[in-house]
Design a binder for this molecule. Structure first.
Ligand SMILES: NC(=O)N[C@@H](CC(=O)O)C(=O)O
Ligand SMILES: [Zn+2]
Ligand SMILES: [Zn+2]
Length: 346
């Protein structure tokens, strides 16, 4: 029996494209399937000002192969020196769609992030006024807090107080990894949403650690217990508008993943849509895939959904390259560890 579904073309609401040779190598992997993506600003140096975002957007468009269409939705990296007026101007021009909060030291290239939230209060208040979303990497960095508890502790000690102190601030909890994150997202009103990655619907911490450490499954926030993976599956396939896809596809060259101190990030741009069709079919929720990948995100970001469509077809075992060979070096494509039968029709 052939099975196929047609959905509006998807968007990726959390994506790392990097810069230079890496950007050139990975951009087609996203642009092949996704119409738009929220582009994370954690470059070295980070994308902090509106002018930085203008220049980065131009580099992305210059790296796009002829004949491919893709719209980068730019973000600014929040620092304790961010100027509220610069943020407001960048949003008013239509260029910038969100500001990203990295607690200092929480993840890749976050050392320039925020240490003291009081220092960014004027920016957050301005964002609440103009309705510009704050995308949050939700982990505390306190050394005493166990890495598997960092998201849950962040919600209680940072995110909830922050939201109470800034009424009207629109927040996206990025890359949820816990049942506590799912519950907190559900407790909010229309100003609270959350992205969920493809890999966190597939991995628990056993996949990362049992039978030998799997560096290509190491990402932040780190994969949690099975019960959390199941809570994420329930949320993603629920159809609830507050949950949408942010792949957090985060390329690092193999030499830095397969390393004594390996970088965090899973590269899923290439096969995300096939993997999601597999996951949603397993959950009996293929009819809700479109909400997760193509409808809920634009609704939260107050953008129209895409008019063009994508067909996914079930057939022979799907294949994809093991690695994307960029001029910066090879990048391993996420291997789910099971056979997938879904294909994106070209
Ligand atoms: N998710 C990751 O493991 N890594 C991301 C950063 C991030 O999204 O936290 C990266 O930029 O490499
Ligand atoms: Zn993050
Ligand atoms: Zn990310």
């Amino acid at each position: 029996m052939t099975q196929q579904i047609s959905i509006r073309r998807p968007d990726d609401w959390h994506l790392h494209l990097r810069d230079g040779a890496m950007l050139k190598g990975v951009l087609p992997e996203t642009a092949r399937h996704f119409a738009r993506a929220i582009i994370m600003p954690n470059l070295v140096p980070p994308v902090v000002t509106g002018a930085d975002a203008v220049a980065y957007r131009a580099r992305i468009m210059a790296a796009l192969p002829d004949g491919m269409r893709f719209e980068p939705l730019m973000t600014l990296y929040l620092t304790e020196g961010t100027d509220p007026q610069d943020v407001a101007d960048a949003a008013a021009s239509g260029l910038v769609k969100a500001v990203k909060l990295y607690p200092a030291g929480a993840t890749t290239n976050s050392h320039g992030g925020v240490r003291n939230l009081d220092r960014v209060r004027p920016v957050l208040e301005r964002m609440a006024e103009i309705g510009l979303p704050l995308c949050v990497h939700g982990e505390v960095t306190t050394p005493e807090v166990d890495i598997f508890d960092r998201e849950a502790v962040f919600i209680d000690t940072v995110l909830d107080p922050l939201r109470r102190a800034t009424p009207g601030l629109r927040v996206v909890m990025e890359h949820l990894t816990t049942a506590q994150g799912v519950a907190y997202a559900r407790s909010g009103g229309p100003d609270l949403a959350a992205t969920i990655t493809t890999h966190h619907l597939i991995l628990n911490r056993n996949h990362l650690l049992v039978g030998g450490i799997k560096p290509h499954y190491y990402c932040l926030p780190v994969a949690k217990r099975e019960k959390h993976r199941l809570a994420l599956r329930d949320a993603a396939t629920s159809g609830e508008g507050r949950f949408f896809l942010g792949t957090d596809s985060a390329p690092h060259v193999d030499a830095l993943k397969e390393h004594a101190c390996g970088c965090a990030g899973c590269f899923t741009a290439t096969n995300t849509m096939a993997l999601l069709a597999h996951v949603f079919e397993e959950e009996g929720a293929l009819d809700r895939l479109e909400a997760f990948t193509s409808l809920n995100g634009p609704a939260f970001y107050r953008l129209p959904p895409n008019e063009t469509r994508m067909t996914l077809r079930k057939g022979d075992a799907a294949t994809w390259p093991d690695k994307i060979l960029t001029e910066a070096g090879p990048v391993t494509v996420f291997d789910p560890g099971f056979t997938v039968h879904w294909h994106v029709e070209s």
